[in-house]
Design a protein around this ligand. Structure first.
Ligand code: GDP
Ligand code: IMO
Ligand code: MG
Length: 404
């Protein structure tokens, strides 16, 4: 058995899409287990770039198969748009994409509730309806992917759900209700997605495990956005940590062999919430500019700061991380000195300072060819976190991946 969980250890956008694509082999099975189209995973191959929101990043390899597990919440228009985007660039998802019939659906009402409510609450959500959709799942009111097979049968459930949403919109948030016919129309127009892709994904996954196929579990968001272990309430509404894999796909934790945690060489965050190592100076502006730190889903500027090893230590334990991948190391190329947070005193970060390498590393293919200061920086991270770094990313392209 050869399965790897690829997880973001920070607040998302660590480069999960790039690394899943880079590590994906011919014939691999790549599975999403949580989140929805709040994710934006960027993949660059030979100069051509794609951003995936729902479909696992393994889809870029023609012989791979992909699963969207029961833990993912699905927006039908977003799914349809992504399938069309891929198809327009010659990537077929037919017989390669398998979607759990147990996935809860994101309805147009969820999106409006999310957006209206965030104006009051100020979490800075992606406005994709993720939180309200998960609320309905836990509240046992969700419409599921399988329900698209017989909308007539579920008419009263849909009607009750939309009525409930409209009560929230009008009575609590002073907003306008959504016409139920619009909701039914959307569901009806995308019914074919269930016919084409809906299935019992457990069977495929369990068979792949039995056949010892290469499996990648692709995390979305990051551990510090986890509903239980993140910076609550400034979090997303799913289990983004390793624990989410079992429930989000229907497999036991022993089926996960390797757990690769991804961290940028610095930190970023989109939306509101605590960020102790955030920079408001020229270094922060340089990280944002050189790292092109704009959200892949909403286009919002990402807040930037130094790497927080102290926070990562706890996150590594929560996830049982067995190996690390450091991305965007090339972004530090022009920094004279680089800081990492190693502790806190009275809530303020204490930093260790490293000498920069002041040379371009984006073409380097072998770890031993990295400049000595870059190697020292990585060794320090390994020693501090007590986890080996096995992959270093030196650019957005699939090829710009250094194995240690
Ligand atoms: P994800 O959500 O974790 O998949 O990450 P995003 O795609 O949202 O954000 C990562 C961004 O950094 C994307 O624009 C990637 O193309 C880019 N990227 C990934 N790895 C590297 C790297 O090593 N160096 C540089 N310069 N860019 C990278
Ligand atoms: P990927 O998979 C970065 C953030 C939002 C907001 C909070 C809650 O690309 O790393 P939500 O819409 O989920 O209710 O918003 O979570 N957020 C992300 N930040 N990358 C993501 O995904 C994110 N998905 C959600 O900005 O702060
Ligand atoms: Mg992203």
């Amino acid at each position: 058995m050869n399965s790897t969980l690829i997880l973001g250890l920070q607040w998302g956008d660590e480069g999960k899409g790039k690394i899943v694509d880079a590590l994906c082999k011919e014939g691999s099975l790549v599975c999403r287990f949580q989140g929805g189209h709040n994710a934006g995973h960027t993949i660059k191959v030979g100069g051509s770039q794609k951003v995936l929101h729902l479909i696992p990043s393994g889809i870029m390899h023609a012989s791979s198969n992909c699963i969207i597990g029961n833990g993912v919440v699905i927006s039908l228009p977003a799914l349809n748009e992504e399938i069309e985007m891929l198809s327009n660039s010659g990537i077929s998802v037919k017989n390669r994409l398998h979607i759990s019939n147990d996935c809860p659906l994101i309805l147009p009402t969820h999106i409006v509730i999310d957006q209206v409510r965030d104006k009051h609450e100020g979490i800075g959500t992606t406005g994709r309806g993720i939180g309200p959709a998960y609320e309905d799942k836990v509240g046992r009111r969700s419409l599921k992917f399988r329900d698209l097979a017989d909308l007539e049968l579920h008419k009263s459930k849909i009607s009750e759900l939309v009525k409930y949403h409209n009560q929230l919109l009008t009575k609590i948030y002073g907003s306008t209700p959504i016409d139920i016919d619009l909701v039914i129309e959307e569901l009806t127009s995308f019914r074919k997605l269930q016919t084409n892709f809906g299935c019992d994904t457990y069977k495929i996954l369990h068979k792949s495990i039995e056949e010892k196929k290469e499996i990648i579990f692709e995390g979305a968001q990051g551990s510090m956005l986890d509903i239980d272990h993140g910076t609550y309430p400034y979090v997303t509404s799913s289990s983004t940590t390793a624990g989410g894999v079992s429930s989000g796909l229907g497999i036991g934790p022993k089926q996960i062999n390797k757990i690769m945690g991804i961290t940028k060489a610095y930190s970023t965050r989109v939306g509101e919430g605590p960020f102790p190592t955030e920079l408001f100076d020229a270094d922060g502006a340089s990280l944002a500019k050189i790292g092109h730190e704009f959200g892949a889903t909403t286009g919002r500027p990402r807040r930037c700061g130094w790497l927080d090893l102290h926070a990562l230590k706890k996150i590594i334990f929560i996830n049982s991380v067995t190996e690390l991948c450091i991305t965007k190391l090339d972004v530090m190329d022009s920094f004279k000195s680089i800081k990492v947070c190693i502790d806190y005193e009275d809530g303020k970060p204490i930093y260790e300072t490293f000498q920069g390498w002041l040379e371009e590393i984006s073409e380097i293919k072998k770890f031993e060819n990295l400049p000595i200061p870059a190697q020292k920086f990585i060794s320090y991270i390994e020693d501090y976190l007590k986890v080996p770094v096995t992959v270093v990313s030196v650019g957005p392209d699939r090829d710009q991946t250094v194995h240690k």
